[in-house]
Design a binder for this molecule. Sequence first.
Ligand SMILES: [Zn+2]
Length: 614
Amino acid sequence: MSPIRTQSTERLQIDAVDALPTQNLSHNHTMVKRFKTFLYPLQSLLLLFFGAGLAAEREFLNRIEEDLSNGRIDEISAIELQLQAVYEPQELPVLYQQLAVDLICDPTPIKAKAKRFFVQANDAQRARLQRWFQRPDSTIFSETIVSPAGYFKIHYAKEGSHKTDPEFARQCAAIYDQVYEYEIDVLGYQTPPSDNYRHGPEYDVYMRNISAYGCTTEEELVPGAGNRAFNGFVEMDNDFTHTPTKGLNAARVTAAHEFFHLIQLGYRGYSTVNDNERFFYEMSSTWMEDVVFDSINDYFFYLNSFFSFSHHAFHLFNGNHEYGSAIFLHMLEKKYGHLIVQQMWQELRNRDLFASLQAVLQLKGSSFNRELAEFSVWNIHTKNRADTVRYYPEGKNYPALQPKASYELSDEMQIDDQSGQLQTATYRFVTRIPGDYTVQPQFDEPSNWLLTAVTRSGTNNGSMLINSGNIAATLYDLNLDDEVWVSVINTRLPGAIYQPQDMPFTLQIIPGVAGTTIENKIQKIYPNPYLPAQHASVMVEYSITQTHDQVGMRILSANGQMIFQQQLGYRTAGYHREEWHGKNFAGDQISSGIYLVQIVATEPLPIAKIAVIR
Ligand SMILES: [Zn+2]
């Protein structure tokens, strides 16, 4: 075992495959047996990676990804193969049939991607894609039941491979009414747009034999509503014998999940968002399953993978992570109430996703970055570390988080690592020599990073600390065997395409109380001079020594008159960057001249100057 200094994530994952015993993890989310965390002396640290067996779980999806990147198949074939796996697995090419086909829980996002593709496709491509948007054939799904309250029409087949037990269909109809009443009448979401009386005024649900729980297919654009709302229809499995949760309980969570997709389409069509935003649809629908049916807990099946790969990006979309990440909304619901999710969907009508999350959280006196940091702390408190009062109400049933690495705390050490956009690297330390320790981070762009530290001794969950930038975190009075969990959160937002960009960082662990001190100061304003004709906005980078609930930014003219002011909300001690669009209170572009920029924490920071040249 070599000492850990510099190793890339990729390299570590390769090591992990060799080092770990084979896990008995079948494609249908069997509970994973957890490994013990090994601890080695400082000079022979072992980084542990978990979930090697999960690679086998994704044999089918990985093969498609591989064939796509090697040019063996095109993007439309990749979409078609995934939809075939759900709708007609017997039609898959032999090569793919031999692979362990993953349970694609919900092909809704694949169809959304197909639809976005469709818009720019040529005629031949359109001909291939078209059939996946069609409603099931009415001559096969010829039987119908209108739900007791009249909201839904259930379509099912009397015979053939899609044959559905009429009694099961009747029970499902009642379940959909129950879901409607909860999501619309109790929670207050807007009703999904009408499907223009196709098969009558009801929302249509088709029960068919699919290798999934269910699917919601987006259909027509609904006029008004910012031209982003769509209607659609729902399909669900006809018997739920192949899913981890079975029978009526599976039908319940599927109804809660898919009907919420139908609601979502009324706020913002799935096909209108970019790849880095689509996780939010699955995150929201999976969260909703547990809101409507608290006792079923199908979402637990996604958490094994989620807690094994704690360093996966927040917005990662891989057929599993986006479901497990539903617990982020359970965290926000506990902190702020369930309406916070609805407010996010309302914002999403007019903005991109991360701006929507930020806008809503800012109204709560928080920020997206802060919640991302707290999420890392909540995720430590599960299984044996669960604290159902302060953290997740169902946290005792969640798997324990697998740290990116475990270390002993006894001497000076250094961790060199890297992280991409919205990735969190969590490390676990166990105290071998009691005393004070300082964690000194070093980031190239400090305003893109947050650091959290949690100290646990015995059953005491200790204190949580959130810092930003290059501020040292001091851990006082650690006892023998006390645990410390440190998370490094990359808060840089992703672009429209999923392209993680690894950014290096260093953590130094130093015995004793040490660390760099920072000042209340504007560090940098750029571009300076600011040329509105060429530059979209001005960036203001600053550091503050203490955390403030309400930080503000002011722009003054050279003679001290305030021409613009903005409340920025909660900011942690450390480094931050704010954006000013070069406009005054009235929203007009300001004229040429020298201006003064002021950041106000409890007290104003020293003023900095900027030149504007129009
Ligand atoms: Zn879904």
